[in-house]
Ligand binder design. Structure first.
Ligand code: AMP
Length: 173
């Protein structure tokens, strides 16, 4: 199943800049059978676990986070780029290749001790997910796992996460 999904993800060379091969998931999710396979795969991975919240990362994380939350009877929490969330936020900054970036979550989004699954479309260097884990920690969530549709294993993004965090990725390069 992951192999079929893989064939539907388009490589776009030199986007957003020279030397990066962008893994374009739009070609996969526009096919209803493929989109369903992705969501079913992730649902199956977690269907026997108690999860209170799916925390999804802007913006492609939302695409997969919402149907997964629905299937798992979990709530949906969003991590957003700065300045988008209206109420009080926690913020974490992280390094990019050039400069820094930040992400935010509502301070009251997760009640302390609630079980949380973090999801994003793709794991590359791991900077985004590392910062997201810090945010979840800050507001008291209990991280039970991290899920991705795509993992670029050659970038070793997993190393940025705690050894005891369970990581699921459907399609690996
Ligand atoms: P990173 O923080 O390096 O793990 O980057 C992860 C974020 O950047 C994800 O939210 C992805 O959507 C995006 N991203 C990074 N590299 C790629 C790539 N080669 N193709 C598609 N998306 C990417």
């Amino acid at each position: 199943m992951p192999e079929l999904v893989k064939t539907m993800i388009r490589d776009v060379p030199n986007f957003p800049k020279e030397g990066i091969v962008f893994k374009d998931i739009t070609t996969a999710i526009k096919d209803p059978k493929i989109f369903k396979r992705i969501i079913d795969y992730l649902t199956n991975e977690y269907k026997n676990q108690k999860i209170d919240y799916i925390v999804s990362i802007e913006s492609r994380g939302f695409i997969f986070g919402a149907p997964l939350a629905y299937n798992l009877d979990a709530g949906l929490v969003v991590i957003r780029k700065p300045g988008k969330l209206p109420a009080d936020v926690e913020k974490v900054s992280y390094d990019l290749e050039y400069g820094t970036d930040s992400i935010e979550v509502h301070k009251d989004a997760i009640e302390p001790g609630k079980k949380v699954l973090l999801i994003d479309d793709l794991l590359a260097t791991g900077g985004t997910v590392e910062a997201s884990c810090k945010l979840i920690n800050k507001i008291g969530g209990d991280l039970i796992g991290v899920a991705f549709v795509v993992e670029l294993t050659f970038l070793n993004g997993r190393k940025k996460l705690d050894n005891n965090v369970n990581i699921v990725s459907m399609v690996k390069y």
